[in-house]
Structure formats: C-alpha cells, structure tokens
Design a protein around this ligand. Structure first.
Ligand SMILES: Nc1nc2c(ncn2[C@@H]2O[C@H](COP(=O)(O)OP(=O)(O)OP(=O)(O)O)[C@@H](O)[C@H]2O)c(=O)[nH]1
Ligand SMILES: [Mg+2]
Length: 422
C-alpha cells in the first residue's frame, strides 16, 4: 500500500518534578534541604530515512510519545532525562501543525533532522531554593509539560522531472523504457494508482530522477478521477514533462488534452503552472499520415514550448528528448518549496500577565503566574512569603495600584484569594 498522507499526535515527555527532602542525620532533627531536580522530558525529532518511500507506518501507528523525565530524589539526586524519540520519515516529507496549518519541517535533504516537539524542563528540587535566610525551603517546582500537538505528514516525492498527462497516453511506458523502474503498463485508464520514481541514466554521466504519477482528467481539481492530490509529487520537480497522445487513439484532440491538463494544474498551484515544460507528442507510431502532426507541432512552437515527436514502442524521439531535458535541467535552479519565513516554532509562549476587575476583585492571570503557583506550597509559611515576594518582583502590585486597588480589596490568583494590604 502506498500512503503519502498521515495525521499523528506527537507528545514530548514531561519534565520530572523537583523533590522536597531534608537530610536525615542521627541527632540532627532537621538537616539541610537535599531534594534533587527533576529530569528533562524527551523531545521528538523528525529524521530522513532514505530507505523509506511511503508514510504507511504512520497510517497504522498514530500516537507518539517521548519518555518523561524522572522525578528528583533525596540526597540531591537529579532525575534522569527522558529518552528523545525520533520519527524516521521518507525524504520529501513535509510536516505541518494540524491546528494552525503552519509548516514545521520540510525534510527535503537526505541528512535532514528537525526538532518537532520539545520536552518539558525538569522542576527544581528544594535544595536549590536554600538561601541564607531560607534554610529549610519546603517546596519544589513541578516539571514543565512537554509540547503536544497533532501534525500532518505529507510526502512530496523528490524528483527532477514530473510526468503529467491524461490516462493511457504512455507515461508509465516511458518510465519503464528509460529507467530500471517497473511501473505497471496496461491499456486501460488509471493503470497507475500511485507515484513511481525512476532514475534516467543519461548522456555524459548525468542522470536525473523522473516521477510518474496517475493520469489527470478534466475536473481533477474537483476530485474527478483520482483527483489532483498526486500532483504534490511533482511539486518539487524542476521540469514538467507533459505527455500527449498525438495519435488521438482515444478520439480526443491532443491540443485540447494539453489545455485541459494545464487548466487543472493551474487550479492546483500557480507555482507549479509556471514551471519549465517539455512536451512529448507520443504514440507517433500510430499516426499514419505524419503531416497530421504538424498543426500540433506549430501550436507548441508558437507557445515556445519544446515538443518532441515520440513513441515509447519504437523508441522514436526518446533519446533526443532525454538529451534535451538533461541539458535543460543544468540550467534550472532547485525548487525552493518554502521560504525561511514560512517556518514557525510551535507554541510561542505568551508571557504576559493579565488583570481584570470582577465584582471588586482583582484577578491576576497568565503563564508566569501559573508557573509561580505550581511552585508554591501554600501549606508552607516560607513558600507563601516567597510567593508574595515574587508577585511584587514581577510588578504585580505596581500594576494593581495603577488599577486603583485599595487597602482591604481582594486579589484573586487562580483559586487563591487574599486581602491586599498597603
Ligand atoms: N502504439 C503505442 N502504444 C503506446 C505508446 N505508449 C504507450 N502505449 C500503450 O498505451 C497503453 C497505456 O500505456 P501506459 O504507459 O500504461 O499509460 P499511462 O499514461 O501510464 O496511463 P495511466 O497510468 O492509466 O495514467 C499501453 O497499452 C501501452 O502499451 C506508444 O508510444 N505507442
Ligand atoms: Mg501509468
């Protein structure tokens, strides 16, 4: 089975919690704090495996989770970091975040490896909160959560030349004739159901990769036939080789065929429509009176599109066409699918603090506040003092005064409410 599209959930490991612990020594009622830090959660990476050619694995297994970091321990023992997890993917895989549709990675190079989801940081053990005035901190911080989101994997084959055309015009026959690939060839429509790649070993030691995709018909952009999804496999190609049945063996007109397919490609992507093109006027062996081909040749000449009269049965015209393509490819820059700016780092954290006044209560919210709350042990006096000091340092009280808070008003921070005093 050939699968070129998949949706999976990835979850990086959570950080381990810091420990609260005190040294226990004989005859010392309360030794110093010795709770260690939590370990970092494992991250998730994407890496190219050049031996893979489909996303089938990701069709069956849809959830990926990296290991959590271990909790800190007594005696200042830090928790072990969680193992990173690497997803091995075929070259040409593009990865998007599902919710936003934003691009996370384009694994176009054989050596590409990219961080997808970052593991959570480990929490701090109570030993790290010891100061000259706070000798016995009885609180620690929990680990941070690992990033977690759904991603879309899309395979866009890596090829230099992409074959397009109506069904049955001879695309697979061409690939079979000039490469070692063995695509299925048969006299019915949609013989090819998934892309095939082949290496064209050409003149002067130069070779290129050619991709054969299923045939396209009118309305493909709306899903008629096999639709246009497979065009994504020619999106990266530097040159489109458009194959036409010039013999009209199925009662169609080659120029009309050409214009229909061009229209469908345009609807799929403007960028693809602008790609360099070469046309093969194929099945010429079936044309009894060669002068019948002349109007088609004139049509492409007028459009300044190089066209070759070919037959994949007799081999006519194939070598000159391939020699031309080899030379042409030398002059075309690799296609950049995405610009640097298209990339994005998931979950850029919002570190603002938000204030609202609700029924005479001053509500304070935001990520820095959540973090502080998670590291506060409200059972502990010294932890509560630290909590207040931190709020002050973050400028929370300055802001509340600006908002007009008065002695005796209530401040609410998540579930925790207290009275404001000057
Ligand atoms: N006479 C003649 N027949 C050809 C030529 N090229 C291909 N054929 C025949 O046309 C039929 C279709 O060929 P394929 O190579 O499977 O066509 P395709 O374009 O890959 O078709 P789909 O995969 O269905 O899109 C087969 O029976 C081939 O033998 C040619 O140049 N001359
Ligand atoms: Mg085919």
């Amino acid at each position: 089975m050939f699968i070129d599209h998949a949706k999976v959930q990835i979850t990086a490991g959570n950080g381990g919690s810091g420990a609260v612990s005190f040294r226990r020594e004989a005859f010392v009622p309360e030794g110093g704090p010795d709770g260690g830090n939590g370990g970092r959660g494992g991250s998730i990476y994407a890496e190219v495996d050049t031996g893979m050619h489909t996303l089938m694995d990701f069709h069956y297994k849809r959830k990926y989770k990296a290991e959590d970091g271990a909790n800190g321990q007594r005696k200042n023992m830090h928790g072990k970091s969680g193992q990173d997890l690497t997803l091995y993917l075929p070259q040409g895989t593009v990865i998007y975040e599902k919710e936003t549709g934003k691009l996370l990675a384009d694994l176009s190079e054989a050596k590409d490896r990219k961080l997808l989801a970052k593991g959570g940081k480990g929490g701090r053990g109570n030993a790290t909160f010891k100061t000259s005035v706070r000798r016995a901190p009885d609180f620690a911080t929990p680990g941070e959560f690992g990033q977690s989101f759904e991603v879309i994997l899309e395979l866009k084959s890596i090829a230099d030349v992409g074959l397009v055309g109506f069904p049955n015009v001879g695309k697979s026959s061409l690939l079979a004739r000039i490469t070692k690939a063995k695509p299925k060839v048969a006299d019915y429509h949609f013989t090819t159901l998934y892309p095939n790649l082949g290496v064209v070993e050409e003149i002067a030691g130069k070779s290129f990769i050619m991709a054969d995709i299923p045939g396209i018909i009118e309305g493909a952009a709306d899903g008629v036939g096999l639709g246009l999804d497979f065009l994504r496999h020619v999106e990266r190609t530097r040159l489109i080789l458009h194959v036409l049945d010039v013999s009209g063996s199925e009662g169609r007109d080659p120029i009309e065929d050409y214009e229909i397919i061009e229209g469908e490609i345009e609807r799929f992507s403007d960028r693809l429509a602008e790609r360099e093109q070469v046309v093969l006027l194929n099945k010429a062996d079936l044309v009894y009176d060669r002068s019948d081909i002349q109007p088609v040749i004139d049509y492409f000449e007028a459009k300044k599109i190089p066209a070759f009269v070919t037959s994949t049965v007799t081999g006519e015209g194939i070598s000159p066409a391939m020699a031309f393509i080899t030379t042409k490819l030398d002059q075309i820059e690799p296609i950049e699918m995405f610009d640097e700016v298209d990339y994005y780092e998931p979950e850029a954290p919002d570190d603002n603090i938000y204030y609202t006044i609700e029924d005479d209560e001053y509500v304070v919210e935001g990520r820095p506040i959540d973090r502080l709350l998670r590291s506060t042990n409200f059972e502990s006096y010294s932890s509560r003092i630290r909590f207040q000091n931190r709020l002050n340092k973050m400028g929370v009280y300055d802001e509340l005064r600006q908002l007009g808070i008065q002695d005796g008003d209530t401040v609410r921070v998540a579930g925790y409410a207290f009275e404001y005093t000057e």
